[in-house]
Ligand binder design. Structure first.
Ligand SMILES: Nc1ncnc2c1ncn2[C@@H]1O[C@H](COP(=O)(O)OP(=O)(O)O)[C@@H](O)[C@H]1O
Ligand SMILES: [Mg+2]
Length: 490
């Protein structure tokens, strides 16, 4: 007989508040009352007169013993789980059943623990059994945007662009490995000495990278970029000061007028987020084909086809590259092609597409300046080994790409658009560009926050003609330089 049928009912119904703060009186109350109300429960005595009165929420057991208890109960849970019964339950219901069972198991233990500790253990063991263990609270925390496991006791998070060490920890390196395996094995991937690096995606869309020893020298390393359920919008970016309303007005007109754009920036500078915002301006009547590795973008438009690359399987077969997908996309009658990030040979096919009637295509690239972005695209095409002379490649680049949006993550953690740069053409061997908007820093405030804003340079973009031909009229002073007045740009 198993716990579920033996005495699950009382425990289950008594644990309906498992999500609430363990320190709150109501959570304590609802979890413990039904169990303590049963005089036959030996553990109830323990909670009435603990050998040493622990402060509520404080540690009674040394961490070692607590861990040992945790492990023991976890093993008991695995041993006694009635899988047939559990499989009929899902999501919150399953969680509730497991937490109820754990509460009972913990009460049955000889080891004395405080209520708060018991509640914490119930949560942690359930996280371990059903989820990603110590990472669960971080995955649930909406203020955390990235999670970085550098070692069992070195778990960092990013909040508002800044890193901080958490008090979340793993038992040891093997524990981290177990969690990594838990992420990758349902996807038919594996991680071991033969394939020590893996990219994966969690069920909620969060991106995961894992790399293990010997490549990662000290510990298995796990990096999770959390999927935001509400992607940032243009209004958010304006509110954060990442760009201005004028810039958005211009970019929206560019999208509608099918200007080909490249979003450039470093890792985590906000490229994908910007691509998402830009694509939200694409008219709903258009057919969009996206190519990503892995998929991240979120669309509101009805007519979107999402393609995703596939890594090689365990025998090294079946890989599908971005380049193959771009070529396939061209046969799908796309109005727009969006490539999540160009990294290699697909750059060539993307240029071809942009130059042959698939105007309004978008992509991102890892680059530090607009000029760097062009150089990298050129390099990618060269590397694709097509035997094209550099000048020919450059001409292709110059005619395909109309606008570059440069993003940066500044020292204070803020993400900003630093340049909106137009590609004009070629002068002998060199691609010519002009900045339309640039970020101007004015100083740093007392908290180290960078003060500044993105300003028009005063140059009128050439693409304005194309925009006007589309019947879009921009405010005449949109590109006029602002006067410098009383220490601030206006
Ligand atoms: N302008 C912004 N202001 C604040 N946070 C941002 C901004 N743009 C992106 N982010 C956040 O930064 C993280 C990385 O963004 P992402 O677009 O994935 O970067 P990239 O594609 O350049 O690696 C995400 O958590 C995202 O929500
Ligand atoms: Mg990205």
């Amino acid at each position: 007989m198993t716990w579920l049928s033996r005495r699950g009912d009382t425990a289950l119904s008594g644990n309906s508040h498992q999500g609430s703060d363990p320190a709150s009186p109501s959570a304590n109350h609802s979890t413990t009352r039904p169990i303590e109300a049963k005089p036959s429960e030996p553990a109830a005595i323990l909670t009435e007169k603990p050998p040493v009165a622990p402060p509520e929420g404080g540690h009674l057991l040394p961490p070692d013993q607590l861990n040992e208890l945790k492990q023991r109960v976890h093993e008991q849970l695995v041993r006694e789980l009635d899988l047939d019964k559990l499989q009929q339950k899902r999501g919150p219901e399953l969680r509730k059943a497991v937490e109820g069972a754990l509460a009972v198991m913990l009460l049955d233990q000889e080891t004395p623990i405080s209520r708060a500790e018991r509640q914490r253990l119930v949560r942690e063991i359930a996280d371990e059994a059903l989820g990603l263990g110590p990472l669960e609270p971080l995955l649930d925390d909406p203020t955390v945007s990235e999670i970085m496991v550098n070692g069992p006791r070195k778990v960092y998070v990013e909040r508002n662009g800044l890193l901080s060490l958490t008090d979340v920890y793993f038992r040891d390196e093997t524990h981290i490995m177990r969690i990594i395996e838990k992420i990758v094995s349902p996807l038919g991937r594996r991680i071991d000495e033969a394939s020590p690096m893996v990219d994966a995606r969690l069920a909620d869309g969060s991106r995961v990278n894992a790399i293990i020893p010997p490549l990662a020298v000290d510990s298995p390393i796990l990096t999770i970029r959390k999927f935001s359920k509400d992607p940032l919008t243009a209004a958010d970016l304006i509110r954060f000061g990442s760009l201005s309303e004028e810039v958005i007005t211009f970019l929206k007109a560019c999208i509608e007028a099918r200007i080909n754009m490249v979003v450039a920036g470093g890792t985590g500078s906000g490229k994908t987020t910007m691509l998402n915002v830009l694509s939200s301006f694409i008219p709903h009547r258009e057919r969009i084909v996206t190519i990503e590795d892995p998929v991240e973008m979120q669309f509101r438009q009805p007519h979107v086809i999402r393609l995703e690359t596939r890594p090689a399987n365990i025998e090294g077969k079946g890989e599908v590259t971005q380049r193959q997908l771009v070529r396939n996309a061209l046969r799908m009658r796309p109005d727009r092609i969006i490539v999540g990030e160009v990294r290699s040979g697909e750059a060539f096919d993307m240029l071809q597409a942009m130059n042959t009637g698939h105007d309004g295509s978008l992509t991102t690239i890892h680059a530090n300046t607009p000029r760097d972005a062009l150089a990298r695209i050129e390099n990618m095409v060269l590397m694709a080994n097509l035997d094209l002379p550099v000048k020919a490649i450059r001409e292709q680049v110059a005619s395909a790409i109309h606008l570059i949006l440069q993003l940066s993550r500044l020292r204070d953690g803020s993400r900003r658009v630093t340049h909106v740069t137009e590609v004009i053409g070629m002068e002998s061997e060199v691609i010519t560009m002009q900045d339309i908007f640039v970020f101007r820093q004015q100083g740093v405030d007392a908290n180290g926050k960078i003060i500044g804003s993105i300003q028009p340079t005063g140059l009128r973009p050439h693409c304005i003609d194309k925009i006007e031909r589309e019947g879009i009229n921009l405010p005449p002073d949109l590109f006029a330089p602002r006067s410098f007045d009383r220490g601030s740009y206006r």
